[in-house]
Design a protein around this ligand. Structure first.
Ligand code: OSB
Ligand code: MG
Length: 379
């Protein structure tokens, strides 16, 4: 297999509702799509999940675009590859950071490999599920009443996990109110996106009374030590998101006891090879994982669905149906949730399993750049 061209496109897709987390708000997604073409003429798609602002990670769509153009694409294009597993070490050698930029290309190559082999991305990754459990992530709301109404509606729609974003001042009383309305549902959790510090341990300990599935990333992204201190004082499991950027960080988390659950976002960890390594490590330690989300379009969602079909993804992911995010998605069929709160994995289709609406993408494109095999380009 050889990749001959990679085309980057930036499309603008408005969210149906603004999404607020402790570190910022998004209403219009600037989504970076990748179209990869192999020397066999096989075409597949991937998505770079970097955000608009450097609030979730230091990467943004603009830094990722630069990294792909200057360093990622030149390492990959025109290179003979026997296996997509070769890509991760190739991109890690003497090349620090920029995981989302690297992951976008790495995951695109996995998709090309699956389509070339005539199998689904799920099958190539080692997936075993034909359907996955669906969760929803709810942004920070003005008041507890509004939050409780959305939570209640989500539970009625069948979501198997309902995650509420929290921040200092919008935490204990919000969750208490939701518990009052939603009753003892086992499907509730919170995500703080790094908003707390050691001075807030007492507040976080108060969350213990609400029987949450887990508390996601309360402390700073590089703070495994204090997460371990906090976990020792809690009954509720801590789940790490921002902190886990590689299999080594997952190992550190396990050794230090910084949490009991891992949220795997393939973009955050440099792609599928690294995601599988973290998945396998956690499985060996009896630690459940689930697939996080980054407000992806239907293309990035296809990659997340495939990953979430692996055996140790035993908790519902932040992989909601297309209509939760967009008026209209850019793939056919759109991603849907059944009334029982599950989503079908397209195991019977080669590649990512959905068709990309190229006309619509072209209409939405505000920037486009193609990188090619320089040697072929000269011929
Ligand atoms: O922390 O999981 C997070 C979205 C953007 C940045 C960070 C996070 C999120 C979400 C959204 O929670 C999950 C989704 O895509 O539905
Ligand atoms: Mg999170």
């Amino acid at each position: 297999m050889r990749i001959d061209t990679i085309t980057l496109r930036e499309i603008h897709l408005p969210l149906r509702e603004p999404f607020r987390i402790s570190s910022g708000v998004t209403d219009m997604r600037r989504i970076c799509l990748l179209e990869l073409v192999s020397s066999d003429g096989v075409v597949e798609w991937s998505e770079c999940v970097a955000g608009e602002e450097p609030n979730y990670s230091y990467e943004t769509i603009d830094t990722a675009w630069l990294a792909i153009r200057e360093w990622v694409a030149p390492r990959i294009i025109g290179k003979g590859l026997k296996d997509p597993r070769e890509v991760y070490p190739l991109l890690e050698a003497d090349f620090r950071g920029h995981s989302m930029a690297k992951a976008a290309v790495e995951m695109g190559i996995w998709a090309v490999a699956a389509r070339t082999a005539g199998i689904s991305l799920s099958t190539l990754l080692g997936g075993v599920r034909k359907e996955i459990e669906v969760g929803i992530s709810i942004g920070i709301q003005q008041n507890p009443e509004t939050l409780a109404a959305i939570v209640q509606k989500s539970l009625q729609e069948g979501y198997r996990k309902v995650k509420m974003k929290i921040e200092p001042g919008k935490d204990i009383e919000f969750v208490r109110y939701v518990r009052g309305v939603a009753g003892s549902s086992p499907h509730l959790m919170v995500d703080a996106n790094n908003a707390y510090g050691e001075a807030d341990f007492e507040t976080l300990q108060k969350l213990d009374q609400f029987n949450l599935m887990m508390i996601e990333q309360p402390l700073a992204c590089d703070d495994l030590v204090r997460h371990a201190k906090l976990q020792k004082t809690l009954r509720t499991a801590l789940c790490l998101d921002e902190s886990i950027t590689s299999v080594e960080r997952a190992q550190d988390m396990i050794e230090l006891g910084s949490g009991r659950i891992v949220n795997i976002k393939p973009g955050r960890v440099g792609g599928f090879t690294s995601s599988i390594a973290i998945h396998d490590l956690c499985a060996r330690h009896g630690m459940p994982v689930w697939c996080g989300g980054m407000l992806e379009s239907g293309v990035g969602r296809a990659h997340n669905v495939a990953l979430a079909s692996l055996p140790n993804f035993t908790l519902p992911g932040d992989i909601s149906p297309s209509e939760r995010y967009w008026e209209r998605d850019i793939v056919q069929p759109e991603w849907t949730m059944k009334p029982d709160g599950t989503m079908r994995v397209p195991v019977d289709k080669a590649g990512i399993g959905v068709d990309v609406d190229i006309d619509r993408i072209k209409n939405l494109t505000v920037r486009e750049e193609t990188f090619r095999n320089r040697w072929r380009a000269r011929m």
